[in-house]
Design a protein around this ligand. Structure first.
Ligand code: DGL
Length: 281
């Protein structure tokens, strides 16, 4: 175990941006940060001991998010991007303003991109995100004429985390989940869970070629860029290599993440700080 604190406090390196997810879904956000903000150093946390988040209650999600942000504050991050739609849908409003750095979520940037692009919008997401109706509400707030269909896809996260993307089961599951969206004749599909862009080749093969895809990470990172500029926090020095922390097995995460990162990441297991109110206590 390594709480990562000491070397961060001693470091003279520029403050990193913190991002977190339940597991490897956040890598699709990390990819966007590398593309749009190549000078930013990133600290990644994957709560792999407690995934999937999508079947958790709002109280549990809020507790986990507060724990993660408390730990990130100890690491000296200058900003946090929630690389998790479930956390963004269920906890962003509550935690914004509780920490001494900006916290950005995926729902609003994703809804904005979707409302701009399409009229008949399908959203695939975790059960918790769909139950919250965060995407429907955000999209219709931006443009009430937009129609939205939300579909919960609880089997997708285990498929990605167990590295079963290229299997007949993955195809069968995708075909089943997309049925109602095909029937609704959607023109736009929102990846409402950061794990799902990992399944893009499978999903794309079932939808008409005219369908447009919205990855909310693209818009969230663009919004983060503006915020960093506005706060004069943008780094101009070269980034240091991303540090990965997980609550579960570091070896498992390493083995899974290498295919998207293209190299073996350095991953450490950590224990998050206990907070006063634990919903499971
Ligand atoms: N990747 C996360 C999301 O965007 C969480 C998925 C899960 O753990 O259920 O919602």
């Amino acid at each position: 175990m390594n709480n990562g604190l000491n070397h961060r406090l001693l470091a003279t390196r520029p403050a990193p941006i913190g991002i977190f997810d339940s597991g490897v879904g956040g890598l699709t956000v990390l990819r966007e940060i590398y593309r749009q903000l190549p000078n930013e150093s990133v600290l990644y946390f994957g709560d792999t001991a407690r995934l999937p988040y999508g079947s958790r209650s709002p109280e549990e999600i809020l507790y986990f998010v507060r724990q993660i942000l408390t730990w990130m504050a100890e690491q000296g991050v200058k900003m946090v991007m929630m690389a998790c739609n479930t956390s963004s849908a269920l906890a962003l409003d509550q935690v914004q303003g509780e920490f001494p750095f900006p916290v950005l979520g995926l729902i609003r940037p994703g809804a904005q991109a979707a409302a701009l692009r399409g009229k008949r919008i399908g959203v695939i997401a975790t059960q918790a995100t769909v139950t919250s109706r965060a995407y429907s509400r955000a999209i219709q707030e931006i443009d009430p004429s937009r129609q939205v269909w939300e579909v919960a896809c609880p089997k997708f996260v285990p498929i990605v985390e167990q590295n079963q993307i290229n299997t007949p089961q993955a195809r069968h599951t995708a075909a089943t989940y997309l049925q109602s969206l095909l029937a609704a004749n959607i023109d736009t599909l929102v990846y409402g869970c950061t794990h799902y862009p990992h399944l893009a080749p499978v999903l794309n093969s079932f939808l008409p070629s005219a369908v447009q895809y919205v990855d909310p990470a693209i818009s969230m990172v663009a919004a983060a860029t503006q915020e960093l500029d506005a706060m004069a926090l943008r780094s101009s020095a070269p980034a240091w290599s991303t540090e990965f922390y997980v609550s579960g097995s570091a070896t498992e995460f390493k083995r899974l993440a290498v295919q998207w990162l293209g190299h073996q990441p350095k991953v450490s297991q950590i224990r998050l700080p206990e907070l006063v109110a634990n919903p499971r206590a």
